[in-house]
Write a new protein. Structure first.
Length: 114
């Protein structure tokens, strides 16, 4: 059995400049936990694989394609491959969500407007 505590996983250097930690990284899938502090957001981007998000803590705004909605703890959001998506923390508290990419991307993420 392999176990990992999020607090013991190093923050990855990433294009978004936010707290992102890889908990699982295999060919079949990749699991990352992202924490956005109040006022932080990701850069709008396109991922070359399907992505599932699960909100662990807080309130955030998720944008997928032409849709934008506020989501809260214990909400799952699906984002199909090759669709622009983004996250925003417009609240006064941290937003923490899990990102599951399956399979692990072999192509680079495309950033929009960068």
């Amino acid at each position: 059995m392999i176990t990992k505590k999020l607090s013991e996983v190093e923050i990855m250097v990433n294009a978004h400049g936010v707290d992102a930690r890889n908990l699982y990284n295999k060919e079949e899938a990749m699991v990352t936990v992202i924490t956005l502090e109040p006022g932080q957001s990701l850069k709008r981007h396109i991922t070359p694989v399907d992505v599932v998000f699960y909100v662990l803590e807080g309130i955030g705004v998720v944008e997928i394609g032409d849709e934008k909605t506020e989501v809260t703890k214990d909400t799952l959001i699906e984002s199909p491959m090759d669709i622009v998506h983004c996250w925003y923390n417009e609240s006064g508290s941290p937003l923490r969500f899990m990102v599951v990419k399956a399979p692990r991307p072999t192509k680079k993420t495309v950033f929009i407007g960068s």
